[in-house]
Design a protein around this ligand. Structure first.
Ligand code: FO1
Length: 317
């Protein structure tokens, strides 16, 4: 069986861990959001790709949900020395974004390979191989693509990491847009969509993790053509996000922060929406909007729960 998962960061990584406990890694391809990617210190940073890699390699920091477990921070601490001498307007020494000492090795490697002319797809395959992973992890695009957040109070447009990390996503959002004038879905990601027996939309933020993938030319059409094979998992449970600001973002952008709101977003591309038993009473409202509703515990407390959720997704189509 060929299973393709559209993925963001933490929620997708936990789901993929369960999926890999249920099926062989050679059957699984993840197409990963790169709208969160950024450059700091001249380094190419791909948070969702790394969160998935480190989680599946059992190396992630389990408390933070990003970066490596048992990390040290000497480089970041040493950088503090330069903050005081940095001219105003300079973006050097951005200490607000934590890159641990061992995590820096991944960033040095990715950056050096991209500078050599490798594609992000190539480099990601090399990094996942180095971490001993058997599944195929694909960035959604090899081209530059950036999620941009418009802040409600100032109307200012900031990068996703500025919003998420520097401003701690504690500010209201007025809009989300994507800078991607000529970005295209990679050929391998396209083949993973057109050739999959099951396509699963991970419980990731629909607006800033899944929407960037859908914003690439052709993706929504390819998914709509295969809608009968697409299962989405709601990242909203009981009206709240499993992790991160998805519930607030939906509300701020005028979308109902519930499984029904999620169903509306995914109705054109998904035949099934998986919701947690907490939301079972909304099953008929979900089905009125479009997707068939499957009720299955979707808070992934442990690997067994994640595995059961993965099996339910496969059974649903
Ligand atoms: N998230 C934070 O909240 N603070 C950080 O300093 C931070 C650093 C970081 C470094 C590498 C990486 O791969 C991820 C990192 N994240 C950090 C997480 C990440 O930026 C967000 O969780 C995702 O972009 C949202 O999916």
């Amino acid at each position: 069986m060929r299973i393709t998962v559209l993925a963001g960061g933490v929620g997708a990584a936990r789901f993929l861990r369960g999926l890999l406990a249920a099926v062989s890694a050679s059957e699984v391809t993840a197409i990963v959001n790169t709208g969160d990617d950024t450059e700091l210190h001249g380094l190419s940073i791909s948070p969702d790709l790394d969160t998935i890699t480190y989680t599946l390699a059992e190396a992630i920091d389990p408390v933070r949900g990003w970066g490596l477990a048992g990390e040290s921070w000497h480089a970041m601490e040493a950088m503090q020395r330069y903050v005081d001498v940095r001219p105003s307007g300079s973006s050097a020494a951005p200490t607000w974004f934590g890159l641990g000492d061992r995590d820096l090795a991944t960033h040095f490697y990715r950056t050096a390979r991209l500078v050599e002319g490798a594609t992000l797809t190539d480099v990601t395959a090399e990094i996942t191989r180095a971490w001993g992973l058997g599944l195929c992890v694909l960035p959604m695009t090899d081209d530059r693509f950036r999620t941009v957040v418009t802040l409600a109070e100032s109307g200012q447009q900031v990068t996703f990491q500025d919003y998420f990390v520097r401003l701690r996503h504690a500010v209201a959002v007025a809009g989300i847009s994507f800078e991607h004038s000529s970005a295209r879905l990679t050929e391998s990601a396209r083949a993973a969509i057109t050739g999959a027996d099951v396509i699963i939309i991970a419980p990731s933020n629909p607006l800033v993790s899944i929407a960037p993938i859908r914003a690439l030319p052709e993706v929504d059409r390819l998914l709509a053509e295969r809608r009968h094979r697409v299962v989405a998992i709601s990242p909203i449970v009981g009206g709240a996000a499993l992790k991160g600001p998805a519930d607030r973002m939906l509300h701020e952008l005028g979308i109902e922060p519930s499984v029904v709101g999620v169903a509306r977003l995914y109705a054109p591309i998904a035949a099934v929406l998986v919701v947690d038993p907490v939301d079972a009473h909304l099953a008929s409202a979900v089905e009125l909007v479009g997707p068939r509703c499957v009720v299955e515990p979707s808070i992934m407390f442990d690997i067994d729960r994640a595995r059961a959720l993965a099996l339910a997704c496969i059974a649903a189509v």
